[in-house]
Design a protein around this ligand. Structure first.
Ligand code: ADP
Ligand code: MG
Length: 467
């Protein structure tokens, strides 16, 4: 187990040839965006993050924000442009993936189709770190690629990438240090003995020491993941969820210092996703392995993480415990991203000491805001309010008059989409108790829970906190 520390990580991807030409052409004309474009291949910018020993950290953000790049950098599948990556007290920047003691689970759980579940789980354990054997172990992957792809350059690149990824999921050997020739002869002999004695009663069957160790480990992992009843099956005889558990098991069997998981549940249907989600969390608790889990799904982030790191545009926006993120988002991006349905936003005018006004309503803020809002006297602010902090109330100047556009009755709760009566373009979401019957087209008055509002500086988009 180990802490993972990321220090000032930057990652630039070289522009591709086509992009470089475009770049050269456009830079001749004077363009105010030239600087921005030069930075356009910077995918990670100054990432600083400490994942504590044994922590479950969720990395969340919209598609394309750099999550996979960051994870792949930690794994050693990408080389960072600047910055340091520490695993425990080891600086791993220059270590190849297989020496980082990290196991990674990918979205496309590439299992070996011709191997049983047992052998898929045992695969990494049986392998030696020796170069020669590494070659033979990845042959299968490259064979498959060879048959399918004809375009040489692309194929080679793809091969290299897959080879590296294979090392991540499959490579490990905690089980012995015999040299490669000895090992090959020994395994051949043992395979022969295993084959000859297979049909004998259990006590007479031959099991090598190594295979016993492998077997123990495979069984332990299989029990943890509840896949022991189909250890003999081939991957094609498994459902998506079972395949994903085998992929997890393969990573777990290695007992690495750190687990990295890149959207491992996105190929599963909603129900299975929810089940596997809680299973992964339980497993992580049992094993206590430091884990970084990538997702673009804020529900997964909220339910799985000890802490959540939110990313946008290659930068970390906030790192905090789930409920803290929900209650105290640091900026507009986080406020919009966390919460479903999302927070509502209204542009309001502020007058010191505590008056908030909008063409439709005005109210006085609680005293705790006075100090930090002084400097905003006479300026506009963005007011944020979550759907559950609006409620149906009688008319009043401090309340909002709205019209109901959509009613979503979910059974245990009901969400309304409403628009402001005097400004129909402004839409909001409201949560109401399920027993309250509301019709589309109905006019309602909504009260804002004044102790639950969020305020943001419209220029910096940073949150302003009370007190
Ligand atoms: N090998 C690469 N070469 C150039 N650009 C890349 C490469 N890999 C990823 N990118 C770019 O980096 C950005 C972040 O990608 P990625 O880390 O995959 O995002 P995420 O996982 O958050 O969806 C994207 O704009 C993507 O196009
Ligand atoms: Mg990704």
């Amino acid at each position: 187990m180990a802490q993972v520390v990321l220090e000032n990580i930057y990652k630039n991807f070289p522009l591709r040839q086509g992009e470089q030409e475009k770049e050269a052409n456009t830079s001749e004309s004077v363009s105010p965006d030239a600087d921005a474009r030069l930075l356009s291949n910077t995918v990670l910018r100054r990432i600083n993050l400490t994942v504590e020993d044994g922590e479950f950290m969720v990395l969340v953000g919209p598609s394309g924000c750099g999550k996979s790049t960051l994870l792949r950098s930690i794994a050693g599948l990408e080389i960072v442009t600047a910055g340091n990556i520490w695993v425990g007290d080891r600086l791993v920047n220059d270590l190849p993936p297989k020496d980082r003691d990290i196991a990674m689970v990918f979205q496309n759980y590439a299992l070996y189709p011709h191997l049983s579940v047992y052998d898929n789980l045992a695969f990494g354990l049986r392998r030696s770190r020796r170069k020669k054997e590494e070659g033979s172990a990845t042959d299968f992957v490259t064979d498959v690629t060879d048959k399918r792809k004809t375009f040489v350059g692309r194929r080679k690149k793809e091969e290299r990438r897959r080879k590296k990824e294979e090392e991540m999921v499959g490579d490990s050997n905690n089980l012995g240090d015999s040299d490669s020739v000895n090992y090959l002869i020994q395994s051949w002999l043992e395979d022969l003995l295993v084959g000859i004695t297979r049909r004998l009663p259990p006590g007479l069957r031959y099991l090598s020491e190594r295979e016993k160790l492998v077997g123990d480990r495979v069984l332990k992992v299989a029990q943890l993941l509840q896949i022991e009843s189909f250890l003999h099956r081939l991957p094609k005889q498994l459902s998506g969820g079972q395949k994903q558990r085998v992929a997890l098991g393969r990573a777990m069997a290695r007992n690495p210092e750190v687990f990295l998981m890149d959207e491992p549940l996105s190929n599963l249907d909603a129900k299975l996703r929810a089940e596997t989600r809680s299973q992964i969390v339980q497993l992580q608790r049992q094993l206590g392995t430091t884990t970084i889990y990538v997702t673009h799904d804020q529900t997964e982030a909220m339910t799985m993480g000890d802490r959540i790191a939110i990313m946008d545009g290659g930068q970390l926006q906030q790192v905090a415990q789930p409920l803290e993120l929900y209650r105290k988002p640091a900026n507009l991006f986080v406020a919009q991203f966390i919460g479903s349905p999302p927070m509502n936003f209204l542009q309001v005018q502020f007058t010191a000491p505590l008056l908030v006004s909008h063409p439709q309503f005005r109210f006085t803020l609680p005293d705790i805001w006075a100090k930090n809002l002084q400097q905003y006297d006479g300026r506009s602010l963005i007011l944020g309010i979550r759907p559950e902090h609006l409620s149906i109330h009688p008319p009043a100047t401090k309340n909002l008059s709205v019209q109901v556009d959509i009613v979503e009755a979910l059974g245990h709760e009901t969400y309304l989409q409403v628009s402001l009566t005097d400004a129909p373009a402004v839409q909001m979401q409201v949560r109401v108790p399920p027993d309250r019957t509301v019709r589309v087209g109905e006019e309602l008055w909504l009260a804002i829970a004044h102790d639950k509002i969020h305020l943001f500086d419209p220029d910096t988009e940073l949150a302003i906190f009370p007190r």
